[in-house]
Design a protein around this ligand. Structure first.
Ligand SMILES: [Zn+2]
Ligand SMILES: [Zn+2]
Length: 425
């Protein structure tokens, strides 16, 4: 259906705008075909594309930094889908939303997710907007890593964080983020005068967790709203992000609730927790039956509940996360969801990628390198101001070995190569 539609629009462009437009479209079509197998010519649609022995074929996997985001496209990447204790295959909750207008947003930053984000090789200046659904560590445990590590990796602007208030000030996002900032006091003090310090700032915007479908962000054609979630204590929220006629919804954690059913309606991509099934919580997570039932059905949404919610909101794609996705647990999660929901479904795992346009939602896995280095900074870094350094005490400075003879050649090498005139202390 979508292929025919894009093929038909191709014909209109060619007829109306002539050779130049046709050339432009073919280029764009090739670009899209590399990812979605759309074909420009209706005649070609009936045949399978020729397979060349020398040309690259469209990929079934997503390789970071290898595909342009189209102007009308949303790309969502799971950077954490698991539990409070990150494990090699699954960090805790984090989803990245990338938009064709250039904007990028992080939703939750659970333990271990900063490593997943690094694997995507995105310049950190573009990763300066974080929305927190609630303050469990599996949803914000890597905040310090994104804050400090992101600045070191090239973010030259403050990290902006949005999150809910709580019943009392100390249960709100502002309190949590300010204490995190205090926790890294020594870390930041030690970096003064050594690095570009512009990224080592954090700005918090706390909003009323009880507000219903309230706009918390509206810039550059993007509108983000929040509504209450029901989870552990008062405070958690869910979010929607609307842009260019596309709607993304992120539940964070919640018991099935009326607000999600109301405000997540018509979502293109609806992400909602789907907790580990109760029998697995007992057998594999070693919970007692009492704890498993309380946590798995009263604090969280079990797979059957996830299915129920999705059958009510009917998204173009339902995304289930927050379970350990293993060979011996996935079938049961799927069966339980399917007992209450028969629509489009992704059982999320880390590095799952959704390319969302009005025509189609393509789901793939990313293939990442484990040896990633920082991406380039999107703006020129500033050299540090050494006068800001906090010196060692006399006692500690007095313990330095005299190693000038090994340091001087390093300075000579760098000064010669980069035209600088730096001297060892
Ligand atoms: Zn939680
Ligand atoms: Zn959670």
């Amino acid at each position: 259906m979508s292929q025919h539609r894009s093929a038909a629009s191709a014909m209109i462009v060619i007829v109306v705008a002539g050779v130049i437009a046709a050339a432009y479209f073919m280029g764009r079509s090739d670009e899209r075909a590399g990812r979605s197998f759309a074909l420009a010519n209706p005649a070609q649609a009936a045949e399978s594309p020729a397979i060349s022995p020398v040309k690259a074929r469209p990929r079934d996997s997503y390789f970071p930094n290898s595909e342009d985001l189209l102007p009308d496209e949303m790309r969502v990447i799971a950077c954490g889908t698991g539990m409070p204790t990150a494990r090699p295959s699954q960090a805790a909750a984090c989803f990245l939303v990338e938009l064709g207008n250039g904007d990028k947003f992080l939703f939750d930053i659970g333990t271990g997710s900063a490593e997943r984000i690094a694997a995507l090789q995105i310049p950190y200046n573009f990763l300066d907007k974080l929305f927190l659904g609630h303050l469990h560590t599996d949803h914000f445990g890597d905040l310090a890593s994104l804050f400090v590590g992101g600045a070191l990796m090239g973010r030259q602007k403050p990290l902006r964080v949005w999150g809910p208030s709580g019943e009392k000030p100390e249960l709100g996002t502002k309190y949590a983020v300010e204490r995190m900032r205090e926790m890294v006091t020594w870390d930041l003090a030690g970096r003064r005068g050594l690095v570009d310090e512009r990224g080592y700032h954090i700005e918090v915007e706390e909003f009323d967790y009880k507000a219903e479908n309230k706009v918390v962000y509206k810039e550059n054609g993007v509108t983000i709203r929040h509504w209450p979630a029901i989870h552990s204590l008062d405070g958690p929220v869910s979010f929607s992000l609307e842009w260019n006629g596309l709607k993304f919804v992120f539940g964070s954690d919640t018991y099935p609730n009326k607000w999600f059913v109301k405000y997540a309606k018509n979502a293109d991509l609806a992400i909602h927790e789907c907790f580990i099934a109760v029998p697995s919580l007992i057998e594999k997570f070693k919970f007692t039956p009492q704890t498993a039932l309380a946590v798995g059905t009263q604090v969280h949404t079990p797979p059957e509940g996830f299915g129920k919610v999705m059958s009510l909101i009917k998204p173009r794609m339902a995304v289930a996360y927050h379970f350990f996705k293993d060979f011996d647990t996935t079938a049961s999660i799927n069966d339980r969801i399917r007992s209450t929901y028969d629509g489009p479904l992704s059982l999320a795992q880390d590095f799952m990628v959704w390319n969302v346009t009005k025509d189609e939602i393509r789901v793939r896995m990313a293939v990442v390198s484990e040896e990633v280095w920082p991406p380039p900074a999107s703006e020129k870094p500033m050299p540090p101001d050494p006068s800001r350094r906090i010196p060692f005490s006399k006692e500690i400075a007095g313990g330095k070995l005299d190693v000038l003879e090994v340091l001087q050649p390093i300075y000579d090498e760098i000064n010669e190569k980069y035209g600088t005139n730096e001297k060892p202390d």
